[in-house]
Design a protein around this ligand. Structure first.
Ligand code: KDG
Ligand code: MG
Length: 401
């Protein structure tokens, strides 16, 4: 007997930061939870879902995940883009949650079963200068992390996103404006990783995020200068739009490359994957059309020796982490999972059965993706408009970040 969707509600709340959550209910009494959070543009996705898409879901069979996905993607005409693909992801993950609950299975079993028991993860260590950044790395290592992303302030620059915090104070009223000077950054960054290797030895995995700020040639210079320190990866050295620019980066340096947290479809990544221009793809479930679409991206990656390295900052809700860990438990070409702990207040709203232990993340065994959402608790944390930073060169020119 087929089931049918009887309700689809969007809740926007801010337990420490903003999250957009979709709740789908079925006639047989099942509930699916999806994350549709797009940092800094949350209400656009909430409106897309509530005003345009939720009414189309009522009466449909929740088991028809593929058909609903195609209906929302092909049927929209205005396809792709972060708002559309995040909205589709919210629905897709809620439907996979329902399907797994109906089957009485943890989601990874439906996807094809476990390929591994635990997922290697990396976390963030930031500092205003090299000494402070390395102390932050030491603290993460104490906590068992085997892979750490390291970002440090650059002399002469007052504020850099990812180093001096990411989203407080002024960001409620208008975006914080960071400073940027590529030459200073290129001079300073090798010193950071030289000092990190000296202090922590060869085994700790070190990662770095360049936040799309370099040209392809500058990225090649950065990669070469970091080769002696054997990084796990350099992330987003150039803008995601510079697809053919990655050929220059790839041909000039052997440093492993990661990209994709701002990608929302397989078409954003096609050239990078099929020409083997990157090593890790960071397109995530929440911003790239859900499990249904990211599975296609991961399968294409597998043909070209590209591994997953999903975005996992804490502006992606615990629902996305739950889904990502079931995906990671199954996907054959898993690489690493980013992990930044969620704000403490998020635990009052979301419940989850995934966990961290000894540098790894573990998915739970509950049926579905294992993440719950308490709508009454969410009402205690109303939405608060908040922006991501912007970035300017020291002469005032708007820049990438
Ligand atoms: O919403 C954007 C943040 O999640 C992003 O800037 C964080 O670059 C980031 C990362 O690698 O986690
Ligand atoms: Mg990043």
């Amino acid at each position: 007997m087929s089931d049918r969707i009887i309700a689809a509600r969007v809740v926007v709340c801010s337990p420490g930061r903003n999250y957009v959550t979709l709740i789908i209910e079925t006639a047989s009494g099942l509930t699916g939870i999806g994350d549709a959070t797009l940092n800094g543009r949350e209400l656009a996705v909430a409106s897309y879902l509530a005003d345009h898409v939720a009414p189309l879901l009522i009466g449909r069979d929740p088991a028809q995940i593929e058909d609903i996905w195609q209906y929302l993607y092909r049927g929209a005409y205005w396809r792709r883009g972060p708002v559309t693909m995040t909205a589709i992801a919210g629905i897709d993950v809620a439907l996979w949650d329902i399907k797994a609950k109906a089957a009485g299975m943890p989601l990874y079993q439906l996807l094809g079963g476990a390929s591994r028991e635990r997922m290697l993860c990396y976390t963030h260590a930031d500092g205003a200068d090299i000494a402070e950044a390395l102390d932050a790395v030491a603290a993460k290592r104490e906590h068992g992390f085997r892979a750490v992303r390291v970002q440090a302030g650059v002399p002469g620059l007052n504020r850099i996103y990812g180093v001096h915090g990411d989203g407080a104070g002024d960001s409620y009223a208008r975006p914080i404006e960071g400073d940027w000077d590529t030459s200073a950054y290129l001079r300073h960054t090798p010193k950071l990783f030289e000092a990190a290797r000296e202090r922590f030895g060869p085994e700790l995995h070190l990662l770095h995020d360049a936040h799309h700020r370099l040209t392809p040639n500058e990225a090649a210079q950065l990669g070469r200068s970091l080769e002696p320190y054997r990084l796990f990866w350099v992330e987003d050295p150039v803008t995601a739009e510079a697809q053919e620019g990655w050929r220059r980066v790839r041909s000039q340096t052997t440093v492993p490359l990661a990209v994709g947290e701002v990608f929302n479809s397989i078409w954003d990544a096609q050239l990078l994957i099929t020409e083997r221009l990157v090593d890790y793809l960071r397109a995530t479930i929440v911003h790239a059309g859900g499990i249904t679409h990211v599975r296609r991206i991961a399968d294409l990656c597998a043909l070209y020796s590209v591994r997953t390295g999903f975005h996992g900052a804490n502006d992606l809700s615990p629902v996305t982490m739950g889904a990502a860990l079931h995906f990671g438990r199954w996907v054959p070409n898993f690489g690493i999972q980013e992990y930044a702990a969620h704000p403490a207040q998020a635990e009052e709203v979301f419940g989850w059965d995934w966990s961290y232990a000894g540098g790894h993340l573990l998915s739970g065994e509950a049926a579905g993706h294992g993440v719950t959402f308490d709508e009454q608790a969410a009402a205690r944390f109303p939405y608060r408009r908040q922006y991501l930073d912007v970035n300017r060169l020291t002469d005032g020119t708007m820049w990438d970040w």
